[in-house]
Design a protein around this ligand. Structure first.
Ligand SMILES: [Zn+2]
Length: 328
């Protein structure tokens, strides 16, 4: 792996190491740009390492269609459509382009909302699954850049839901989105919020990231993660960590202007419904198996919900969404 660090947002080659890897050949350090606070992996994984990670990742899911996942995608899509309507654009007769859309549940939900729906993904298992289980208007197997190079079509809604953090070159991905969105269209861009601390509040996500970072990096404690905020980098899966200001800056450099932005919590009914909030009636359920630790976790999860809602309102929740248009 070559150590060729350069911030994709501002081009700065200096960096501060947030987490130092125990084995840089397997997982690069997590570093932060001192100029724009963009966080990234250094060195980046090789294409071979990335390919090994994704190869067949979704094949086990490709066998069965999930009604629950479809229902959640429909629930989310109602929220997106409401947001688009607020921006004086209804869903009817819109063209919807789902870049890196995986198994295509969101593409299908868009189709059911009245949009003409196109799915782009580089994973053949995902495209096969979508063709088998959904009723979309178009499918493309390949990268977003390859798709942009092969079409002259422009799209009213370009949807990038938790794709950019996986990309080696986010600038190339956003350039493709900029080329593909129509003059009056909107890019909906979502990713993990690098300014967020919510992942350390919810017991399940806190344990997951603590275990992950302790196994791979030196000197990891709860307080060090709270202070350094390496979220939600996880090579070779997540390679870039953005905040709203540096992502807006990157968009502007590609002729896209943010018209609205927000951060959202785990369990948000529109943006993150697949990790639902803890209900009070669920808190004591693990007692039937005498699992006291799980009850304690559930209680923390339940009681911290108001705090996590405050984090979303103040820009420190786990996800971020930017609605952007072509700059005039
Ligand atoms: Zn930078």
């Amino acid at each position: 792996m070559a150590d060729d660090a350069e911030c994709v947002v501002c081009g700065t080659s200096d960096y501060e190491v947030l987490l130092r890897s125990r084995d840089r050949n397997s997982h690069g350090d997590i570093v932060r740009c001192p100029s724009c606070s963009h966080t990234y992996v250094n060195p980046m994984p090789t294409l071979e390492q990335i390919s090994d990670y994704y190869n067949g990742l979704y094949s086990h899911k490709s066998q069965t269609f999930s009604n629950e996942q479809m229902a959640l995608a429909r629930q989310s899509m109602r929220g997106y459509v409401a947001a688009l309507q607020k921006k004086s654009r209804g869903a009817q007769h819109c063209t919807f382009l789902d870049l890196g859309g995986g198994l295509g549940y969101y593409s299908q939900a868009a189709k059911e909302s009245g949009m003409t729906s196109t799915l782009v993904d580089l994973d053949p298992c995902s495209i096969d699954f979508a063709k088998k289980h959904h009723n979309l208007d178009d499918y493309f197997l390949g990268t977003s850049e390859e798709f942009a190079a092969t079409t002259v079509n422009k799209y009213d809604v370009v949807f990038l839901r938790h794709v950019i953090e996986h990309y080696l070159d986010p600038r190339a991905l956003l350039q493709a989105a900029s080329n593909l969105v129509s003059e009056n269209g909107v890019v909906i861009l979502e990713t993990d919020n690098n300014r967020g601390i919510e992942l350390l509040i919810r017991p399940g996500s806190r344990r997951w990231y603590m275990d992950l970072y302790k196994a791979r990096y030196h000197d990891v404690t709860f307080m060090s993660l709270l202070q350094k905020r390496p979220f939600a980098l996880d090579p070779p899966r997540h390679l870039h960590g953005f905040s709203i200001p540096n992502l807006q800056r990157l968009l502007e450099s590609l002729n896209l202007r943010s018209t609205d932005s927000l951060t959202y919590r785990l369990g948000d009914p529109v943006y993150w419904p697949n990790v639902p909030d803890m209900k009070f009636r669920q808190v004591y359920a693990p007692l039937v198996k005498f699992n006291v630790r799980a009850v304690a976790d559930n209680m923390i999860d339940y009681c911290t919900l108001p705090f996590r809602k405050c984090l979303a309102a103040t820009g420190h929740a786990s996800g971020l969404c930017i609605y952007a248009r072509k700059a005039g």
